[in-house]
Design a protein around this ligand. Structure first.
Ligand SMILES: N#Cc1ccc(CCNc2nc3cc4nc(N)[nH]c(=O)c4cc3[nH]2)cc1
Ligand SMILES: [Zn+2]
Length: 373
């Protein structure tokens, strides 16, 4: 029995977008989908009930963080991540590679794995592909990610080539170490930087290992959006049509539209939750920094066109006041709104694909949001 089965429902007749369903041990996910990020076994400020209320279908958590604290053995003893955090829908865990490179004090990358110091207490650690899979097997997520290296941007061609070839060898080791393929789907990750031929090489090598789903890694690392779109133009179509395609670390409205149009099914990003805690909200007319003085006497909702709990019950003036007073409710209301905004956007994108009007919807959204003057 496959842990995750992708069902292609409909292909757009105007671009590479598609509607699908991801069948997982913890339920069905309608795609294209945005996954809220719950790095340390919580989507910051939200209860699982509130996440369901706003339409979250699947959430992401991180191997690196949960290994360091509270430890994957403790989570396993608790009955796994679903039980530990009281979330009974699907979970995806990232493998730790990206987090080690971007968070830990990286000591050394060798063929064996990565040596690093914890960003918490400076203690020395070593994660190998086998260790990453052992941790993810203990956490018990429905979808787990291969341990890979995400090269920094920019990186020279030779470094990217050597790195992708090691990532392929690590992917094979992950597959061999994976204990529960029938209940946890291991996705491969395609690397290759911003080089077309290296993306083709990585895609071929990773697809040859045969995974139930594929991620495009190595993007959303500071490259200009035009470069990301170009890499997606030639990489997404290389991935099997009958498997889910996951673009890692992407989550602003334009990136979601452009990814879906190029055939991506799954997205995750800390953006909506992180900027919410800093007092910035996403609205149909662009970003709004609600803590700014101009909203002190603005008694309208964050977004008049939004029907989320925050927009139905509170005003910009009140939420600005909460931020200025450093009240915890500020972060909660802004988070509820931002996640609802992106989850609702994905629901509208799915509807537009169904009605063959995605490009028209994109135009309409971009004009209102301010992407197009
Ligand atoms: N606010 C905010 C905000 C913070 C960070 C980001 C960039 C996230 N980008 C990103 N996450 C990634 C995770 C990844 N995980 C793995 N295993 N491999 C990747 O290549 C990879 C690439 C990524 N690129 C985007 C927005
Ligand atoms: Zn709202």
């Amino acid at each position: 029995m496959m842990a995750v089965k992708y069902e292609l429902i409909k292909k757009s007749n105007e671009c590479n977008a598609r509607l699908g369903r991801l069948h997982t041990p913890h339920g069905i996910v309608e795609t294209p989908i945005f996954m809220p990020v719950g790095t340390k076994a919580t989507v910051k400020t939200m209860t699982p009930e509130e996440l369901k209320e706003i339409g979250a279908q699947i959430i992401l958590s991180n191997t690196y963080h949960l290994y360091l604290r509270p430890g994957h053995d403790l989570v396993e003893e608790a009955g796994g991540l679903h039980k530990f955090m009281n979330w009974d829908k699907p979970i995806l865990t990232d493998s730790g590679g990206f987090q080690v490179f971007s968070l830990g004090d990286l000591r050394k990358i060798t063929e064996e794995g990565v040596e690093f110091r914890s960003h918490l207490d400076g203690s020395k650690h070593f994660i190998s592909p086998e260790k990453s899979i052992e941790i993810q097997n203990s956490l018990g997520a429905d979808i787990i990610m291969a341990f890979d290296e995400c090269p920094p941007y920019p990186s020279d061609r030779d470094y990217v080539k050597k790195s992708l070839e090691r990532t392929t060898r690590w992917a094979k080791r992950c597959k061999d170490a994976h204990k529960n393929p029938e209940t946890q789907a291991l996705f491969g990750i395609v690397q290759g930087g911003m080089y077309k031929d290296l993306r083709e090489q990585s895609a071929k090598e990773i697809i040859d290992l045969d995974f139930p789903g594929y991620a495009i890694g190595g993007l959303s690392v500071g490259e200009p959006k035009e470069i990301m779109y170009e890499v997606l133009d030639y990489t997404a179509p290389l991935l099997p049509e009958d498997k889910p395609r996951y673009l890692m670390g992407v989550g602003s409205p334009n990136y979601l539209f452009e990814g879906v149009i190029r055939g991506i099914d799954m997205f995750d990003c800390v953006l909506p939750t992180r900027i919410a805690r800093n007092g910035t909200v996403l609205t149909s007319h662009g970003r709004l920094v609600v803590r700014n003085a101009e909203y002190a006497r603005d008694f309208s909702p964050l977004d008049p066109e939004c029907d989320c709990y925050a927009c139905k019950n509170y005003t910009r003036a009140y939420i600005r006041h909460l931020f200025k007073a450093n009240e915890i409710l500020a972060a909660r209301l802004a988070t509820i709104h931002n996640l609802y905004f992106l989850l609702k956007l994905m629901e509208n994108i799915r509807k537009a694909i169904k009605e063959d009007r995605l490009l028209e919807y994109r135009e309409e959204f971009y004009k209102k949001y301010g992407y197009i003057k």
